[in-house]
Design a protein. Structure first.
Length: 168
């Protein structure tokens, strides 16, 4: 990873600070101000519920924060929205794809190693089928590692095959 592209790194950090923190704060202040002075201030029935801007802010904050927490929770835990976002990130980010593929491969490798270790510790014989399976797995890993790059789609194709296998 190169750190020579300081301009783009700075631009990224600037955008994150701007959009995540500053605009969030300004957006909340702007929304509260506009809704109060353009809507509530002009309607006597609403003005009776929210007699001052300060009371409006307190009431909306007390209702809004728990409500938005529940909406955020639903976004991550109860709907397919976050899963879809994660899918897009894996599809579009080669580093995320690579980490996902490496993790999956490592888990499989560890399971096979543990199986072999258990058999050897029990003084069991490793049969021809198991050896062929291990050799095929080794060839598949070598093939993937030698041919894949961050610019080609081999990691993505590997993940697609895994998703199809788990869905069937």
């Amino acid at each position: 990873m190169k750190k020579t592209n300081l301009g783009f790194r700075g631009w990224f950090y600037f955008r994150m600070g701007w959009s995540t923190y500053l605009i969030f704060l300004l957006g909340a202040i702007n929304t509260l101000t506009i809704t109060y002075f353009l809507a509530i201030d002009n309607y006597p029935a609403l003005k009776a519920i929210f007699p001052s801007f300060e009371q409006y802010v307190v009431i909306i904050t007390c209702i809004g924060i728990p409500l938005l927490i529940m909406i955020g929770y639903a976004h991550y835990k109860k709907t397919l929205a976050y899963k879809s976002e994660a899918d897009v990130i894996v599809e579009s980010n080669p580093y995320t794809r690579r980490n996902t593929v490496n993790g999956e491969t490592n888990v499989r490798l560890n399971i096979q190693l543990l199986s072999l270790l258990l058999k050897l510790s029990k003084k069991e014989v490793i049969d021809k089928n198991e050896l062929e399976k291990i050799e095929k797995f080794q060839k598949d890993i070598i093939n993937l590692v030698e041919k894949r790059s961050f610019s080609n789609k081999l990691d993505y194709e590997f993940l697609k095959k895994e998703i199809i296998k788990t869905n069937n």
